[in-house]
Design a binder for this molecule. Structure first.
Ligand SMILES: Cc1cc2nc3c(=O)[nH]c(=O)nc-3n(C[C@H](O)[C@H](O)[C@H](O)COP(=O)(O)O)c2cc1C
Length: 487
């Protein structure tokens, strides 16, 4: 089936696929899935994933018959590395230019209403159960994703379900999961993340934190879990609202936590408030092993549920721009623009969280300047709002004639319209953490932000030299007349 003949809406809600397996069938039909047999977890899968991540337009790949594991146990990688696959996953048109995809996604977000999950008594994930002494997470293929990783990571394209002990709401967050032994996995959550806030509330009372780890799930559940969904709103409700139908969840027999009935693998258990095991190093989204190895909390797994022939969704970070930089740039840029607008900044024309900075370290915002101070206001809000606050570094504000998604145009505006003496603002002691490669290992926690006002200076913008390039209309005419020269 050609990409433009794929259904956009075929089910009750807004999505053309039912679960991860149905999603794979569609992607295969698009001609965007490669199958690999016999690869190993020690080197092959990580190496192949690196190649796929660093090749724009590359297909998804599924590893079957992984060496040393049961033949049906599989690993899927590079699922969301292209804009059409991201758009297809989100249920928006996937056969249009990027700007139209982003606009369609923003419209969907604006029409969003939460839909509560529904509890069901059974589902495919309960097909196989291991409890107590039988628990063995080593049966699942967990790759060593990067050469210097301190272990094998089962959880990258995964999410952890937790419940706020005071407020009762359920959070789903993607945090890396390292396999320690048959019954223990370690998981690292950065300070300030919702899952970390919830976990700490249990630990502060000296209580174990109940967790259900979902390894492989409906693609939208995964994308929700690694996106800045507002504090207090459950990712289950968010996905229900975006998909147009409630997520079916099973109440975990051990923790009472909900997890998707169509999940591939679920680990259920408790994290002790005192037990710590060394976790890391791990190749992180900045492109470094920056947080090294530290004692981190551990999940003591009491039960494992998994579908027949389960699929581990692998989404390791690599040096950006990589797969996650691309899907997160798409998702976070829409949230960033909305956050800036919700803070009351008028005439925002666009915003983009650039892939080269892992969709966090380099943000561009374009505005139509209306008043003195407008550009600085947009820049400071972008640096500090929910979508932009964690581990950012540079925010560049540009005029409306600059496309914020075009890195070269943004840098050109920065080079030609800003002057360091007048154009820079520094924010100190901002939200960072152990993953920040530019902060000394003993001083991690805070970092600083540079706001670069690359707009024409407001007070003499009318005297700013005119741009020498052809206008978009003139370019169109020129292309029509002269494109034969470059064919
Ligand atoms: C593949 C992938 C792996 C991630 N690993 C981690 C991690 O190990 N620790 C962490 O704090 N955040 C990690 N993140 C980022 C969080 O998932 C993201 O910040 C999310 O919004 C956190 O959700 P929360 O605020 O609900 O806790 C990862 C994201 C992706 C896409």
């Amino acid at each position: 089936m050609a990409i433009d003949t794929l259904p956009r809406v075929t089910r009750g809600g807004h999505l053309a696929y039912a679960d991860l397996r149905d999603w794979i069938r569609h992607i295969d039909a698009m001609g965007q899935l490669k199958t690999v047999h016999g690869a190993n977890v020690d080197e092959d899968i990580g190496q192949a994933t690196d190649v796929l991540h660093h090749t724009p337009g590359s297909p998804a790949a599924i590893f079957e018959n992984v060496a040393g594991y049961r033949p049906g146990f599989r690993v899927l990688v590079n699922s969301f590395n292209t804009h059409p696959r991201i758009a297809f996953t989100l249920g928006i048109p996937h056969d249009v230019p990027l700007a139209e995809m982003q606009e369609a996604w923003r419209k969907r977000l604006h029409a969003f209403q939460p839909v509560a999950p529904v509890e069901v008594s059974d589902g495919p994930v309960m097909a196989n159960v291991m409890r107590g002494d039988d628990v063995n997470v080593l049966i699942f293929p967990a790759p060593k994703w990067h050469p210097m990783d301190g272990g094998r990571y089962l959880g990258t394209g995964s999410f952890d379900v937790t419940r706020d002990p005071d407020e009762g709401w359920v959070n789903c967050g993607t945090y890396r999961v390292m396999v320690h032994n048959e019954k223990q996995v370690g998981y690292y959550i950065s300070p300030g993340k919702h899952g970390r806030i919830q976990r700490q509330k249990y630990f502060d009372r000296g209580e174990p934190c109940p967790v259900a780890m979902v390894i492989g799930s409906h693609p939208l559940m995964f994308l929700a879990s690694c996106t800045e969904i507002p504090y207090g709103l459950s990712e289950f409700e968010w996905v229900g609202g975006i998909a147009g139908e409630p997520v079916k969840v099973i109440r975990g027999p051990i923790t009472g936590l909900p997890f998707p009935a169509d999940a591939e693998i679920v680990l259920e258990g408790f994290a002790s408030p005192t037990e710590r095991i060394k976790e890391g190093p791990f190749g992180e989204w900045t492109g470094y092993y920056a947080s090294d190895t530290r004692p981190e909390p551990v999940l003591n797994v009491q039960a494992v549920y998994y579908r027949d022939d389960p699929i581990v969704l692998g989404a390791p970070p690599n040096k950006p721009p990589d797969e996650q930089a691309r899907y997160r740039a798409f998702l976070r840029s829409a949230l960033l623009r909305d956050d800036i607008e919700k803070a009351g900044v008028p005439d925002v024309q666009g915003a983009w969280c650039h892939e080269v900075g892992g969709s966090r370290l380099f943000l561009a915002v374009s505005i139509k300047q209306r008043y003195a101070g407008h550009a600085r206001q947009a820049g400071h809000v972008a640096a500090m709002c929910h979508a932009g606050a964690y581990l950012g570094r540079y925010v560049v504000v540009v005029d409306e004639d600059i496309d914020p998604t075009n890195l070269e145009d943004v840098l050109w505006a920065m080079c030609t319209r800003s002057d360091p003496e007048r154009s820079l603002d520094l924010i100190k002691r901002a939200w960072s953490g152990p993953l920040d490669p530019a902060i000394h290992p003993d001083e991690k926690g805070h970092n600083s932000r540079l706001i670069i006002d690359a707009c024409r200076p407001f007070e003499w913008r009318d005297k700013f030299p005119p741009v020498s390039n052809l206008t978009p209309e003139q370019q169109k005419v020129a292309r029509e007349r002269w494109s034969w020269l470059i064919q």
